[in-house]
Design a protein around this ligand. Structure first.
Ligand SMILES: O=C(O)C(=O)C[C@H](O)[C@H](O)COP(=O)(O)O
Length: 312
């Protein structure tokens, strides 16, 4: 399904999709499992699997991986009618490898189609009609034109009365910390929902404690902070109230994409209940279930899986 037939979107996400190759082994030989990644695309699919009406904006190359994404979004009920296909450009790629510290990402994305997006490419009508615009630090790290396009999209969404959600997703192999901090915090200050992860936020803010980090992002002007704490769950803060929402235990295989599973499920559930604490409990369950298989998208649960898990 290329378009949700003119229905207004709950969520429009904007960023870079990346073809994924996740390291595995068969009979002692290294093997790379193909899959799909890219933080905002992962979050879009996670939200669509939870029943939200979701669209995605980016540019893909006129190559096999770009076509693979168009087909994926169609299968996942993600409206991709505003996605640009750039002739002669390539779709980015990343490899996930696993070591004692968990997963590591290697990128093959410089000059990718998504990094060539400029503010002039933005689908302004779609942005203005969605309830939530979701972007991330990675959406802004990939190029200066993409960073500018994110700022322009955020301002356009705000002017139309939409909610802006921002996942800080710090990737120091894409940009240095000082520039990342300036851009990410500039954008978070324009956003309503901040979605940092603890490790990223400690580097970005120089603060150690989750409570102080939540206060910092509320101080930038966000209405809701949903700070993920890895295995500990999440801390959710709104002005005047803060709660730790403990994680759900599962036998985890791979945490790649767990932050995006949380983010997509959080937005989908928050739109239904407008209760950020309940949304975080739901999102914790979705994130836990997403760690039971390798790769970012394939193991993402559906709403029925999350509800059954929460009842069990
Ligand atoms: O690194 C990038 O640029 C990507 O988009 C690749 C991955 O798909 C996400 O980074 C996964 O994100 P997490 O949920 O934080 O594990």
């Amino acid at each position: 399904m290329a378009s949700l037939q003119g229905e207004a979107l709950d969520i429009l996400a904007f960023g870079e999709p990346l073809m994924e190759f996740a390291e595995t082994e068969r009979q002692g030989e290294a093997l790379y499992l193909p899959g799909f990644g890219g933080d905002t695309s992962n979050a879009a699919i996670a939200a669509a699997r939870m029943g939200a009406r979701v669209g995605y904006f980016t540019a893909v190359g006129s190559d096999a991986f770009g076509q693979g994404f168009l087909d994926l979004w169609d299968r996942e009920n993600v409206d991709r009618s505003s996605v640009k296909v750039m002739p002669g450009a390539r779709t980015g790629v990343y490899v996930i490898s696993y070591g004692p510290q968990g997963h590591q990402f290697s990128y093959y994305r410089a000059g990718s189609a998504a990094s060539l997006v400029t503010p002039a490419d933005l689908p302004l009508d779609v942005i203005a009609s969605a309830k939530i615009l979701h972007v991330s630090g990675i959406s802004q790290a990939i190029s200066t034109t993409a960073a500018d396009a994110c700022f322009a999209a955020i301002r356009h969404a705000k002017a139309a009365g939409a909610t802006v959600s921002y996942d800080t997703n710090l990737r120091l192999s894409l940009w240095p910390l000082d520039r990342a901090r300036a851009v990410i915090h500039g954008a978070v200050a324009l956003s309503d929902i901040a979605r940092p992860g603890l490790d990223d936020a400690q580097q970005l803010t120089g603060l150690d404690r989750a409570e102080d980090i939540c206060d910092f992002y509320l101080g930038l002007g966000c209405r809701i902070v949903a700070l993920t704490l890895g295995k500990e769950g999440a801390m959710v803060a709104i002005p005047g109230e803060r709660q730790v929402i403990p994680s759900k235990k599962v036998d985890a295989v791979d945490a790649s994409g767990a932050g995006d599973a949380f983010g997509g499920a959080f937005l989908a559930e928050w739109l239904r209940s407008r209760n950020p604490f309940a949304a975080a409990e739901f999102a914790n369950a979705a994130a836990a279930l997403s760690t039971r298989g390798k790769g970012a998208v394939a193991p993402l649960p559906r709403r029925a899986d999350v509800e059954a898990f929460l009842r069990a």
